[in-house]
Design a protein around this ligand. Structure first.
Ligand SMILES: Nc1ncnc2c1ncn2[C@@H]1O[C@H](COP(=O)(O)OP(=O)(O)OP(=O)(O)O)[C@@H](O)[C@H]1O
Ligand SMILES: [Mg+2]
Length: 459
């Protein structure tokens, strides 16, 4: 359930956006202006802010950056207010939402911040058994460590555990530990007191406190640096946290779920992850098998995504033709459920006629390393295009080829940062820094999935 903060008057068209978000299961909070909104973000936080452009969006975003509060802000306004839209985007707003709002656009935004709200789709016996075990441990208070390759559904399972737990009425708060630089991650986790650092003009609660009475998912915990690992251990053991610059610890009642695509035991053996924290987190371990090890799930998931994306795009529902099904069953799915989802998303947009045929199914090259981008000046080819010889790249700068490869890989992953970083063999942090550089240089970067504009891979 996404937590959405609306800044503006509900009497205006923003009220329609609020009603759509509420109907989609979002938990709403409203603030009359930017300063009141900021105060709420310091207190209970939010997954997404919708801010009317009549308020000072730029000030809010600047303040969030100063106070190290990571929360996407979407500016909302009349579609003819081009100036307001440009000002908001320049200031760092994620999107501009034209009013009156489009229900599908809001649904896409909510999905991007809160993930899949539905119950996990499972058919394979191994997965059904895993889900049964998850529901069984859900009722306990013990920490759970969820492992599995990227895109296998770790976050989906975490949300399911929360929903089946005694804390279901409390908040579910997720934090991707790989997506933020260390200083920002620390204040996201633990919050800070007024004056803790130069931008800290007011106290603010971190995710631990925001998840009070509920569940906190520490996603990609394997990427966390040792100093923060020590702080997390203390939070779990003592059930209290220290805000940055805080004089006294704060009690927290939070259940911790952790997820990683890494082999955490191996990370412990290599000295990169604290053993004591590992044992604290891994009281219960749930390993989600890769999709290639649970082939019975492929078609039920494919049908589920075909239906969902047809609905989300206002297209007629189409089934899969037998040839398309055969193609899906033959593929190895190195990107797991996320790859299947992206494939079906594209297929729904490309399909014509009564059913989704094999021609609409554009599968990922099983050997991404063999793919090289088109030379400068030429559009990059479609993903299934045969690899070009490396000699075609001679004469180009490494930096430029790297940039093309990164952007092309990211579009292929429909903007999914985690997946793209994994395919590229670089950390998410490195990827994020590079994208930041490109954006600063005025180069278009594929948006985060689910957030409009809904990008098809380039080419
Ligand atoms: N069993 C399932 N039923 C329905 N949708 C699923 C299922 N498993 C995964 N998905 C979908 O696949 C995508 C990837 O799932 P999720 O984000 O939970 O994976 P992850 O393991 O956390 O991936 P990553 O390591 O990339 O963060 C999501 O869009 C999710 O909604
Ligand atoms: Mg995840």
């Amino acid at each position: 359930m996404a937590r959405v903060l609306i800044i503006g008057s509900l009497e205006a068209e923003l009220g329609a956006a609020a009603r759509i978000a509420a109907a989609r299961g979002a938990r709403l909070a409203v603030a009359e202006g930017a300063a009141a909104g900021l105060a709420r973000l310091r207190g209970e936080g939010a997954d997404l802010v919708l801010c009317d452009v009549v308020h000072d969006v730029a000030w809010l975003i600047g303040q969030l950056a100063n106070e190290r509060i990571a929360c996407p802000v979407v500016a909302c306004g009349r579609p003819d207010d081009a100036e307001g839209a440009v000002r908001a985007i320049r200031a760092g707003a994620k999107e501009f939402l034209p009013l009156p709002p489009d229900a599908d656009l809001i649904a896409a935004m909510l999905q991007a911040v809160a993930g899949e709200p539905d119950r996990p789709v499972v058919r394979d016996p191994a997965m059904a058994a895993l889900l049964g075990r998850a529901e069984q441990v859900a009722r306990a208070e013990a920490s759970v460590l969820i492992t599995g390759e990227s895109g296998t559904g770790k976050e989906v399972l975490a949300r399911h555990i929360h929903a089946a737990s005694r804390r279901a009425r409390g908040p579910f708060v997720a934090l991707n530990c790989a997506a933020l630089p260390e200083t920002l991650l620390e204040s996201e986790l633990f919050g800070h007191e007024k004056g803790a650092f130069s931008g800290a003009v007011a106290a603010r609660k971190g995710k631990f406190e925001q998840a009070e009475g509920g569940t906190l998912l520490l996603d990609e915990i394997g990427e966390m640096d040792p100093r923060l690992q020590a702080k997390i251990l203390r939070a779990i053991q003592e059930r209290e946290i220290d805000r940055l610059g805080g004089a006294a610890p704060v009690k927290v009642d939070v259940r911790i779920l952790a997820a990683t695509h890494r082999d955490l035991a191996a990370e412990v053996a290599a000295g990169r992850f604290r053993e004591d924290l590992y044992f604290r987190l891994a009281v219960v371990r749930l390993r989600i098998p890769p999709l290639r090890e649970r082939r019975e799930d492929i078609l039920p998931l494919a049908r589920h995504f075909a239906e969902r994306y047809a609905r989300a795009n206002g297209l007629p529902p189409r089934g899969l033709s037998p040839a398309a099904e055969a193609l899906l069953l033959r593929h190895a799915w190195p990107g797991n459920v996320r790859e299947l989802e992206n494939t079906l998303h594209r297929a729904v947009l490309l399909a014509e006629g009564p059913a989704i045929g094999p021609e609409a199914i554009d599968l990922l090259d099983p050997l991404p390393a063999a793919r090289v981008p088109a030379p400068a000046g030429q559009p990059a080819g479609p993903p299934q295009q045969a690899a070009q010889p490396v000699s075609a790249l001679v004469g180009r700068r490494v930096e430029e080829v790297e940039r093309d490869l990164i952007i092309e890989t990211l579009s292929h992953c429909l903007g999914n940062r985690t997946r793209a970083a994994e395919m590229l063999g670089i950390s998410i942090r490195t990827l994020r820094n590079k994208l930041h550089e490109y954006r600063a240089a005025g180069i278009a970067v594929p948006p985060v999935p689910g957030q409009p504009p809904c990008a098809l891979p380039a080419g």
